[in-house]
Design a binder for this molecule. Structure first.
Ligand SMILES: *Cc1c(COP(=O)(O)O)cnc(C)c1O
Length: 457
């Protein structure tokens, strides 16, 4: 290991300078990937017995490797779900790493976990879930969904010993995120997708449940609704679904990984009516709450049920359950043991800016989607596929084939103009390839949108 020497101090300054430059740049490089062989040719061997030296490795990162990755906080990165971490949260991401805090147990991580608790209280307040509801930060929406569904399944099995032998069944809609299906695979549960053109309705859910045979009905333990589909920003009929789940005694999970940020936006908050009745809610601060990767969150109405499912036992862990170490242990409420205090960057940014600034920044994303809708309607060659929902806009270039969209995507990316990708939208029985914008960054402008639309003439 190196001693603290003058070279290391210089290296620290260089790296800090890089970080400062990166977070103060208003328009970062868009970045374009290269083939792995190409990159290897450009950088040569980097892992050697003696090391290539920090200066060299850093230069390779700075000049070659960092440019081969997309900066997804670029104002014209409107593909997938973009990101736009605040400078405050990025700075505190650096602090989180430098502080070397183990975030699994209060005994070790108290100060950091305290900050996570403060930030989590705000998230819980956005959902308006009842007193006693609480949650933890996870690596993302996938881990949050998995943690919730494991808690749901364990609860279902604990209610009736017959259930222990049964394969669980989950109902969701075909608009649900791919991670919901992936997570069902992980826990070997079956998933039943309700086909819905738009939002999933409570009445559709009820009909589906009524059509199950008696064994299927016994195997059914959870319903997953989406609070803002990733593809189109559609929010399911959460209130109607909550009523069905209550009546049928089912765990009601809301996946608001992308849309959850909009709970802080007064103009659309009413669309989430019913989320307060959920048993668990996923929200990804690393999507629409301006936090660096990776930061998801899972909130439970009854955290005790999550604890029953997730507490890990082990002789070397017993001290953490001791009275002398009493406090909130994030490890008990999700699938991960060792964890960074990944809610800390969000806490610092919230503390610094206040929650009003978050509401304003999210409203800006919503407004950008409405503005984009108008700009699209003004152009004869373009038309909206559906009205903008949350910050998603689906639109078509009249006469374009899937191949045209594909070429357009690559051309814009290669030219450094923008990264905007196509998606598919069902029209009747078939799927149509269309263009999609998703707005997160409050730094995107109407000019940016026009510039992209100009590439579709
Ligand atoms: C992004 C997303 C996920 C997955 O979250 P990760 O943070 O990528 O693991 C799950 N559900 C929805 C609705 C999402 O938008």
């Amino acid at each position: 290991m190196h001693n603290i020497d003058i070279g290391l101090v210089e290296m620290t300054l260089d790296v800090t300078k890089y970080a400062i430059d990166r977070i103060t740049r208003t328009e970062p490089n868009l970045g374009v990937p290269k083939k792995e062989e190409e990159l290897r040719e450009l950088v040569g061997e980097t892992i050697t017995p003696k090391g290539i030296g920090g200066e060299k490795a850093f230069e390779l990162w700075n000049t070659i490797l960092s440019k081969a990755a997309v900066s997804i906080d670029h104002p014209r990165h409107l593909a997938f779900v973009p990101a736009s971490p605040t400078r405050a949260s990025i700075m505190f991401d650096l602090v989180t790493s430098a502080s070397a805090i183990h975030g699994a147990y209060w005994m070790e991580g108290a100060g950091g976990i305290f900050c996570e608790i403060e930030a989590m209280k705000w998230l819980v307040s956005l959902t308006q879930m009842p007193k006693g509801s609480f949650g933890v930060f996870t690596s993302g929406g996938t881990a949050a969904n998995l943690s919730a569904i494991v808690a749901a399944r364990e609860y279902w099995r604990s209610k009736d010993s017959q259930n222990e032998e049964l394969k669980g069944l989950i109902i969701t809609s075909d608009g649900a995120h791919s991670s919901v299906k992936a997570m069902a695979k992980v826990i070997d549960a079956e998933i039943l997708l309700i086909r819905s053109e738009e939002k999933l309705l409570g009445t559709e859910l009820q009909t589906t449940i009524n059509d199950l045979d008696s064994l299927q009905r016994q195997r059914l333990f959870a319903v997953v609704a989406t609070g803002g589909t990733t593809n189109a920003g559609i929010i399911d009929d959460l209130d109607g679904i909550a009523s069905v789940c209550e009546k049928e005694g089912l765990w009601f999970h809301v996946d608001a990984a992308y849309g959850g940020g909009a709970l802080a936006a007064p103009s659309v908050r009413h669309l989430f009516l019913g989320i307060e009745r959920a048993d668990s809610v996923t929200i990804d601060p690393h999507k629409w709450l301006f936090t660096p990767y990776d930061c998801g969150a899972i909130i439970y109405k009854n955290p005790e049920l999550a604890k029953r499912a997730h507490t890990q036992e082990g002789s070397y862990l017993e001290i953490f359950k001791d009275d002398g170490a009493v406090g909130f242990n994030p490890a008990d409420y999700q699938i991960q043991l060792t964890r960074r205090v990944r809610g800390l960057p969000l806490w610092f940014s919230l503390a610094m800016h206040g929650t009003d600034m978050y509401s304003e920044a999210i409203e800006t994303g919503l407004q950008l989607a409405l503005d984009a809708g108008k700009l699209i309607e003004e152009r004869t060659e373009l038309e909206l596929v559906r009205d903008p929902s949350l910050s998603c806009v689906l639109f078509r270039r009249k006469g374009w084939s899937p191949e045209d969209y594909r070429e357009w995507t690559y051309r814009n990316h290669k030219d450094g103009v923008a990264l905007v990708t196509p998606t598919k939208w069902k029209s009747g029985e078939t799927f149509e390839t269309v263009a999609r914008f998703c707005f997160i960054s409050p730094h995107t402008t109407q000019k940016d949108i026009q510039r992209i639309l100009d590439t579709m003439k």
